[in-house]
Ligand binder design. Structure first.
Ligand code: FES
Length: 243
């Protein structure tokens, strides 16, 4: 594919509306993820293209070269222009890219497990999810920015994960961490047994490891179901209780 504009990177026309842009981004970011046969460089370029379009900046101001081609990261975290020559892109340090990419989260909706006869404890749960054509709201990947909770990151990508209190007190936003490490900023309503089983609260959970696999929408899980405070007690909620 010849890439001649920021729109080509997402495979959309310049007149695409907001929803089309977001859907194209979600599709492309999954296609180019390193775990799905893509590369970190392409992954970053797709994300950069989406952020550029989303910011409303003119398409002509977008640098088509990959991020690795034209930037270096200073100690303060700022980016500085460097050579755009082919030789510079061939010397990409993949480890440095991983450091600057931010944690990536592969997510799966718990509600889909029953449809396929899968279990949370299946060791190949995400491989099985990869093998079927699931909707992007159900299965996909997003990147968590610094200081974001998993819930905030999911919402930034336009997903409607359940929540109620947003403060670690109700358990409506619970997720199961299948792979990776998520830390919570305060002690919560969860029991020690749940925490030991990998249950976390997405509203106050932040990634510690660079790659995560999580199952969201688990509020109906036995144990959690009884523990949850009704979403109706809280003002600004999104919960299956209310749908
Ligand atoms: S929304 Fe209540 S614990 Fe996260």
């Amino acid at each position: 594919m010849v890439v001649s504009s920021v729109y080509d990177i997402l495979g959309i026309s310049p007149s695409a509306d907001e929803e089309t842009i977001l859907q194209a981004y979600r599709t492309r970011i999954k296609e180019v993820h390193p775990d799905h046969g893509g590369s970190l460089t392409e992954f970053k370029r797709v994300r950069r293209a989406y952020e550029h379009i989303d910011s409303g900046a003119p398409a002509s101001e977008f640098n088509i070269a990959t991020e690795a081609d034209y930037t270096t990261t200073t100690q303060s975290g700022d980016t500085e222009p460097t050579s755009t020559s082919a030789s510079s892109s061939s010397s990409v340090d993949e480890a440095d890219e991983t450091d600057t990419l931010g944690p990536t989260v592969e997510y799966l909706d718990y509600e889909i497990l029953a449809d396929y006869g899968w279990k949370l404890t299946d060791p190949d749960l995400f491989a099985k999810a990869d093998a079927v054509d699931l909707d992007i709201d159900t299965h996909g990947i997003f990147v968590v920015e610094p200081r974001e909770s998993l819930l905030e990151a999911a919402e930034r990508y336009g997903f409607s994960w359940p929540y109620a209190c947003r403060g670690g007190a109700c358990a409506n936003c619970a997720i199961a961490v299948i792979d990776g490490v998520v830390e919570m900023s305060v002690s919560t309503i969860l029991t020690d047994g749940m925490v030991n089983r990998g249950i976390r609260l997405s509203c106050i959970g932040q990634p510690v490891s660079n790659d995560l696999q999580v199952v969201f929408n688990i509020e109906q899980l036995p144990g959690l179901k009884e523990l949850r405070l009704p979403a109706e007690q809280f003002g600004n909620t999104h919960s299956n209780d209310l749908s």
